[in-house]
Design a protein around this ligand. Structure first.
Ligand code: NAD
Ligand code: GLY
Length: 357
């Protein structure tokens, strides 16, 4: 097992990464402070892994809350369902919430933990590749609004993150690729050597080679932990983690939540960010072609959906957390492997990228 630390002073926490570590009761128990737990999962993940969690927390009074599965349920209504079941079970301020599942379960139940009785402890147990390398680390929690992705939420850091890479064995191929999109993202933010590694090892990742997956997860979590430690509340550089996201969130909202997977939308969104960067002369045509090739190798989409017009894209992108004081900020590529946050991009060039879509 490998352990990484998210260094946030008194709120620092470990990320445990290993194969089969859900079998280790010493990991989880030390992070549960009270006598009661609530385990939130969904109808797909609970039948697979809930019994493993029960075996670890038999010393605590536990309540299970099983949510419907899907991005379309990352809503205030689902949040309310969690609050109701926690109140019915008499959960109190010492209760620890365990989030068992992908990014949807982690985000919505993390927000429940952030807000229930003004905040309780929680533990992230991610079971998708995307949640392992991104959403379970860093404390962003929340739900979607029909008008915009992740618009309602809070920063609330977990007590620990437990990544059992063996849970990936039951994940379907499309979801695995969606997770690889977020892994590739770290390379284009600031780690070109990682891009070379991913290019060489993509087949191994797609075939779920345990060593390759463990390496990619560890390297991704290290990037995320470092950025979060430097800028927890996204005052500056944490926004780099949103490479491709302003375009991608517009795709997810515009196509209806759940139709494009988050990672798929980020993949097409990264290409759009690269195309806009190329229009500024920051990256070359062949570099953008290289980005497309790598994403395609991971079985990811590189074109945005034809259904979203340039006008609709613009409207959707105007409701984004990177709009500040009415000004849109985008994460662009100043050069390959060096992303920047910019509000000073060429607005005509942006329209051209959206129109080409
Ligand atoms: P998801 O949670 O919908 O999971 C994908 C699917 O895989 C679901 O059907 C789920 O039930 C299933 N599943 C989960 N684990 C499984 C397993 N081990 N075996 C079989 N099936 C399994 O999607 P996701 O890609 O994990 O997360 C996407 C969400 O994460 C989006 O809402 C996105 O906005 C959010 N996100 C949040 C952050 C953050 O910092 N908080 C970062 C990135 C993404
Ligand atoms: N996934 C973006 C962030 O955590 O900041």
């Amino acid at each position: 097992m490998k352990v990484l630390e998210v260094d946030l002073g008194e709120r620092s926490y470990p990320i445990y990464i290993g194969a089969g570590i859900l079998g280790r009761d010493d990991l989880i128990a030390q992070h549960i402070k009270g006598i009661s737990t609530v385990t939130v999962s969904n109808t797909t993940v609970a039948p697979l892994y809930l019994k493993n969690i029960h075996a670890l927390i038999s010393a605590f009074k536990n309540t299970d809350i099983i949510l419907p599965d899907g991005e379309q349920y990352k809503t205030p209504e689902t949040l309310d369902l969690i609050y109701t079941q926690m109140l019915e079970a008499r959960c109190d301020r010492k209760t620890t919430l365990l989030a068992l599942g992908g990014g949807v379960v982690g985000d919505v139940s993390g927000f429940a933990a952030a807000s229930y009785q003004r905040g309780i402890n929680f533990i992230q147990i991610p079971t998708t590749l995307l949640a392992m390398v991104d959403s379970s680390v860093g404390g962003k929690t929340g739900v979607n609004h029909p008008l915009g992705k992740n618009m309602i939420g809070a920063f609330h850091q977990p007590q620990c993150v437990i990544i059992d890479t063996e849970t990936l064995n039951t994940l379907d191929d499309r979801q695995l690729s969606a997770g690889i999109a977020e892994i590739i993202k770290y390379g284009y933010i600031n780690d070109l050597a990682f891009i070379d590694w991913l290019d060489e090892n993509m087949d191994k990742l797609l075939k779920r080679d345990p060593e390759a997956l463990a390496y990619a997860i560890h390297r991704s979590c290290k990037h995320k932990a470092d950025i979060v430690a430097a800028d927890e509340k996204e005052a500056g550089q944490r926004a780099l983690l949103n490479l491709g996201h302003t375009f991608g969130h517009a795709i997810e909202t515009g196509m209806g939540y759940g139709n494009w997977l988050h990672g798929e939308a980020i993949s097409a969104g990264m290409v759009m960010a690269a195309e806009l960067s190329q229009k500024h002369g920051w990256v070359s045509e062949s570099e953008v072609a290289g980005i497309r090739t790598l994403l395609k190798k991971a079985n990811l989409p590189v074109e945005p959906p034809a259904e979203i017009s340039a006008e609709k894209f613009s409207k959707l992108m105007s409701i984004d957390k990177k709009v500040q004081d009415g000004v849109l900020h985008l994460v662009l590529m100043k050069s390959l492997g060096e992303s920047i946050i910019s509000s000073d991009f060429d607005k005509t060039a942006l329209q051209q990228v959206l129109a080409r879509a």
